[in-house]
Design a binder for this molecule. Structure first.
Ligand SMILES: CC(=O)N[C@H]1[C@@H](OP(=O)(O)OP(=O)(O)OC[C@H]2O[C@@H](n3ccc(=O)[nH]c3=O)[C@H](O)[C@@H]2O)O[C@H](CO)[C@@H](O)[C@@H]1O[C@H](C)C(=O)N[C@@H](C)C(=O)N[C@H](CCC(=O)O)C(=O)O
Ligand SMILES: Nc1ncnc2c1ncn2[C@@H]1O[C@H](COP(=O)(O)OP(=O)(O)OP(=O)(O)O)[C@@H](O)[C@H]1O
Ligand SMILES: N[C@H](CCC[C@H](N)C(=O)O)C(=O)O
Ligand SMILES: [Mg+2]
Length: 500
């Protein structure tokens, strides 16, 4: 945005005393302030950004956006400055709107999805459907910006400056359609308040992020904001009715007069899942749109997959596509990076999948979702991250031993911890299961564990490599060693089948 200048009024902001400023950029971090910037001094979880106003002013900030507390904290720094002061009740919301105006036009069609699990999957499928229909589309979230334009991101839902910069750049690259993930942190912090979705989706609601939200109620309230605050009145709501909280959202939105597309097995679903038949690398679906039954084959495994696919279809329909065109595109959907991804196949037909499951619940869900596709045995590779929740380690081991036929415990980002001790905790959980997996073994080196796992596969068997999904590195101490589960799976198959 070199050379660009805007007034406060052009960004929808009004300073105390009506003072004006000519802005050259926006920052939320005082260390990034350049001369002429608006510095948003936000109340944080660790400190109040207002404590950094002095640094921002030294850096040349022309305006400070904050709340009433912030104005008090920064009063003395501001008293000797000519910078404009904007006091907003919700400075994060004001920043989101200002960032949307500063960076300029975003792609014309945007949808957003929230829920505990499945956001990355649903937004990726929405992007793939649009692409199949001839649009230049991207998905934006945990795996960065992917599709017609790619760009890395540090967060699932980035703060508004990063978000609107990315959206504007995507638009300049010719992208017309965006499916984005709305994390509960992002919603709670008003990061999406400057976007205008045509449709919003809800996957499901289970326990997560209680360290931040404190209670289930607060966590759900955060998610509701996508429908109550971010989605405009004329926006369409696509929601999984099989989830109790989803049904509640559907009722609330319908009562408000919003168009709702219910998805799921539930009788009242406009897009209703009727039946599934599983094969080793995919499944047949029978579903109905507004009462008319249809069939299609998905080249995707996991019993829960149709939930994600049909929700994505509902969001794309809600955003204006013709339902028949959308359903014709479904057989073309391909795997989501690191989510029940078919990474390799042995000559004997055995399959190797990679999944990001890194909690006890996710390990259980992933293994159960794979089971109906597998005629033989399931081998699971699992490990747990260092410098993360220690309590989950034995529980992950137990989940794997309960639901797999053989378990290989290995390393997954030991970070600053002793890798052997982490494995020992996972092994203890796995070996404590009575009547579970027939074998539980330990192989610290992840590449070797994958080779052993692949080697153990007979006809009809499957290997599920849990924990790293789309990650491209193994974090050991301060080093990030290149490592990609899907790539290692192919390397292992090639080595065992004797081809390069
Ligand atoms: C817990 C959380 O969400 N924190 C966000 C919050 O920062 P904070 O409240 O911790 O900030 P703080 O450290 O108290 O500092 C207060 C303010 O002072 C500013 N500051 C701080 C130091 C300094 O020298 N100068 C300065 O200006 C900070 O930029 C901040 O605005 O506000 C910041 C500015 O908007 C965010 O960047 C930051 O996200 C951090 C980076 C983060 O890691 N968030 C994660 C937890 C997150 O949002 N994850 C979700 C979903 C994950 C999932 O689904 O698994 C995501 O969407 O990625
Ligand atoms: N509909 C679903 N029901 C249950 N589990 C699911 C569903 N969709 C995906 N999962 C599982 O949840 C995990 C995360 O999937 P995905 O990355 O799509 O979700 P997400 O909401 O984006 O997660 P994150 O909060 O990490 O960004 C994967 O392990 C996947 O197997
Ligand atoms: N966002 C999560 C992902 C964990 C993935 C797993 N590979 C690990 O390192 O534990 C975390 O950083 O805790
Ligand atoms: Mg995600």
């Amino acid at each position: 945005m070199d050379g660009k200048v805007a007034t406060l009024a052009e960004l929808g902001l009004t300073a105390q005393g009506g003072r004006e400023a000519r802005l050259t950029g926006l920052s939320v971090d005082s260390r990034e302030v350049r001369p002429g910037h608006l510095f948003a001094a936000l109340p944080g979880s660790v400190s109040h950004g207002a404590g950094f106003v002095e640094t921002a002013l030294e850096g040349g900030a022309a305006a400070i956006l904050t709340d009433a507390d912030g104005a008090r904290i920064a009063a003395s720094a501001l008293s000797s400055s000519s910078a404009a002061l904007i006091i907003a009740e919700e400075p994060r919301q004001a920043l989101a709107h200002a960032a949307a105006l500063w960076f300029g036009p975003a792609p014309g069609t945007l949808v957003a999805v929230t829920g505990t699990n499945g956001k990355t999957s649903v937004s990726t499928f929405a992007r793939q459907i649009w692409t199949a229909l001839g649009h230049r589309a991207v998905n934006l979230g945990t795996t960065g910006v992917e599709g017609a334009w790619t760009h890395p991101l540090k967060h699932t839902t980035p703060e508004p400056i990063t978000l609107h910069r990315a959206l504007a750049r995507a638009a300049r690259e010719g992208v017309t359609h965006v499916a984005m993930e709305a994390s509960s942190h992002g919603l709670d912090q008003h990061r999406l308040d400057g976007v205008v979705p045509a449709a919003a989706g809800f996957t499901n609601f289970t326990q997560d992020h209680l360290d931040y939200h404190q209670s289930f109620e607060a966590y759900f309230e955060a998610k509701l904001a996508l429908f109550d605050r971010v989605l405009p009145e004329e926006g369409v709501v696509a929601v999984n009715l099989d989830d109790t909280k989803g049904a509640e959202i559907a009722r609330r939105c319908a009562a408000r007069g919003q168009e709702v597309i219910g998805v799921g097995h539930a009788e009242g679903a406009r897009l209703r899942l009727l039946a599934q038949r599983f094969e080793s690398t995919g499944q047949e679906l029978r579903f109905a749109w507004q009462g008319t039954a249809r069939m299609c084959r998905l080249d995707l495994v996991a019993a829960f997959r149709p939930e994600n696919v049909l929700l994505a279809a509902a969001m794309v329909i809600g955003a204006g596509e013709d339902p028949d065109d959308v359903f014709r595109a479904l057989p073309e959907l391909t795997t989501v990076r690191g989510r029940m991804q078919l990474a390799a196949r042995r000559n004997n037909g055995a399959t190797v999948f990679v999944d990001y499951a890194h909690t006890p619940d996710a390990v259980e869900t992933a293994l159960k979702a794979l089971r109906p596709h597998v005629m033989g045995r399931i081998v699971a590779i699992i490990g747990a991250g260092g410098d993360r929740d220690r309590g989950k380690r034995p529980l992950m081991g137990a989940a794997a031993a309960h639901h797999a036929d053989a378990v290989i415990v290995t390393d997954d980002n030991p970070r600053s911890e002793d890798a052997g001790s982490i494995r020992a905790a996972v092994l203890e959980g796995a070996r404590g299961v009575i009547g579970g997996a027939e074998s539980v073994t330990e192989t610290g080196d992840r590449a070797e564990a994958i080779l052993r796992g692949v080697d153990a596969l007979g006809p009809g068997d499957a290997l599920l490599i849990c924990g790293k999904g789309h990650e491209t590195g193994q974090i050991v101490g301060d080093d990030v060693l290149p490592f990609d589960d899907a790539e290692q799976a192919s390397v292992a198959v090639a080595a065992l089948e004797g081809h390069a």
